[in-house]
Design a protein around this ligand. Sequence first.
Ligand SMILES: [Zn+2]
Length: 280
Amino acid sequence: MDLNKVIELKGRSAGPSSMIIVGVHGDERCGYEALEKLLPTLKIDNGLVFMAYGNPPAIKNNQRFYEANLNRLFKDNELLNEAEKNSYEYSRAQFLKNYLNQVEALLDVHASFVPASRRFIICEPNAQEITDYLPFDLVVSGFDAIEPGGTDYYMNKINKIGICVECGPLNDPASTEVAAQSIISFLKVRGHISGRDLVIKEQDKIQMTSLYLSKTNSFKLSQPFKDFTELKSGELIGLDGGEEIRTEKDCIILFATSLGKSGEEAFLLGEYKKGPASAR
Ligand SMILES: [Zn+2]
C-alpha cells in the first residue's frame, strides 16, 4: 500500500464529511494498526471520509518524526522557524491541509510514550457533541493556547472540529483496540455508518494551563511522572541546569520528560475542571 496517498471512502448517499489521520507520529503504531485491521471490511453509508497516514517515512522507520514534529507544523508560516519550513513534515502538513480544508471534522489518532498512561481525548468544547460518545473517560482541553500547531489546532482555527485521541501507551496491543473503537465510534456519531448504538460516557474534564520549555541543556525530572499524576503546590518537578523547578499550585502533570537540550517541551501542567471523579 502507498502510505503517501489519502484514501477516500464515499457513502451511497450524500452526508457529512470527515477525516481520520493515523501515524502523525510514526512510532505511535496503534492508529496505523487499527486502520490496517478495519480498512479491508470498512464500508461508509453516508457522506465522505478521508483516511490518511500522517507521516509515511516516520511510520516506515518506526520513528516519532523524520525531520520535524509534524504535529507542531499546522500553524501559520510566521510562527515556524527555517528548519521547520525546510523539513519534509512541512510539505506533508501543506498536503494534509488540502484535505482538512474539505471536511467538517477530524479524528487524529495518537499514543503516549509514557508507560501505563491513561487514555484520553484532546479537544476544545466545540467537539463535545462527538467526544461525549467516544470510548474515553477523560477529556483534556487547552492545548491550542499553550502548544499550538497540531492537526486539531488547525481545524479549530478554521472554525471546524478537531479531535485527537491518545489511545494509551506505545506498543500496547490494547491501544490498537482503543484506536479501532474510537474510529468506529467517530464514524457512527458523525453519521457515516448507520445505526447509532452509542451511549454518552461519563468523562472527567481537565484544562491545560502551561507548557514548560527547558532553559538549559540539562533538564532532569525528579522522578518519572505518569501522565495525570496529581501534584501539590510547591512539589519538585525537576532540575533545569541545577535550578529547582516546583509547582506553584495544585495541578496535574502531563508528557513529562528529561531533556538534554534547551528550548524543548519538558512537561505540561493542568487542572481538573471539577475535581477528579475519584474525589467527588
Ligand atoms: Zn502523538
